[in-house]
Design a protein around this ligand. Structure first.
Ligand code: GLP
Length: 241
């Protein structure tokens, strides 16, 4: 079930997306949050950091699980999702390091790492999972064709996804070809989901997610089967609804 909020300005996107997180954190100081990378959550992360500073809303007992990580990048690589999360959010909050979870894409045994991550996820209960969406409809790094029953696994990134993410690297060749991602079933277990999308590049994916058939060809369409999804959109990404 979707609740759709359309914002006129980027600042409003962040504000609308932050509301359910703030409520959750106030209600349950031991919240378990699923977090995402990419441009879409940046405004939200700024607000979280600002609100932490202003209101001292503590994350001391909060636990976080990130959706995904590139394969082959060490955690301290400038483009790793570990680095992204540290630079854009974690460094500003009082999370305990042991409560922060990001898949390790440089593990020597990646299959083992997937099992370890999924085991940790299955022993907890995500209160809210934050999502962006790929222009091809991927969530996390679950590319078109991914089984809806998938758990944490290794994926081969589609050419379009590598192109979309190339802006963060010096050259396209440097963009990793694989990633480790929470599966679709892992994501769907979260009690609430907040998905942020902006720009006309996401308009088709948003249209297909809300109005299209539920199909593995458009991974985000699976969210039609989830009981509580908040979509926070700008006018451009909502333009085909
Ligand atoms: C990457 C991430 C996704 C994210 C997507 C959209 O592929 N793995 O989790 O949703 O990018 O990114 P952006 O928000 O930069 O458009």
């Amino acid at each position: 079930m979707f609740t759709i909020k359309i914002a006129k300005h980027m600042d409003d996107v962040a504000t609308l997306a932050y509301e359910p997180f703030r409520e959750m954190l106030l209600r349950n100081p031991k919240s378990v949050l699923g977090l995402a990378t990419g441009s879409s959550p940046l405004g939200l992360y700024k607000l979280m950091a600002q609100d932490f500073k202003d209101s001292h809303l503590s994350y001391r007992n909060v636990t976080t699980y990130n959706l995904d990580e590139y394969v082959g990048l060490q955690p301290d690589h400038p483009q790793s999702y570990h680095t992204f999360m540290h630079e854009n959010l974690f460094q500003y909050l009082d999370l305990k390091p042991e409560n922060i979870h990001v898949p390790n894409g440089s593990a020597s045994d990646l299959e083992d790492e997937c099992e370890r991550y999924e085991a940790a996820l299955s022993m907890t209960h995500l209160d809210i999972q934050l999502l962006g969406v790929g222009s091809n409809g991927h969530i996390g790094f679950n590319e078109p064709g991914t089984d809806f029953a998938s758990l944490t696994h290794i994926v081969d990134l589609k050419a379009q996804t590598r192109l979309d993410n190339a802006r963060f690297f010096e050259t396209l060749d440097e963009v990793p070809t694989q990633a480790i991602t929470m599966g679709i079933a892992s994501i769907m277990r979260s009690a609430h989901i907040v998905l942020i999308a902006t720009s006309v590049k996401k308009a088709q994916a948003i249209h297909d997610m809300v109005n299209g058939p539920v199909t593995t060809k458009v991974p985000c369409s699976v969210l039609q089967n989830h009981p509580d999804v908040l979509l926070v959109l700008d006018e451009a990404s909502a333009s085909l609804l």
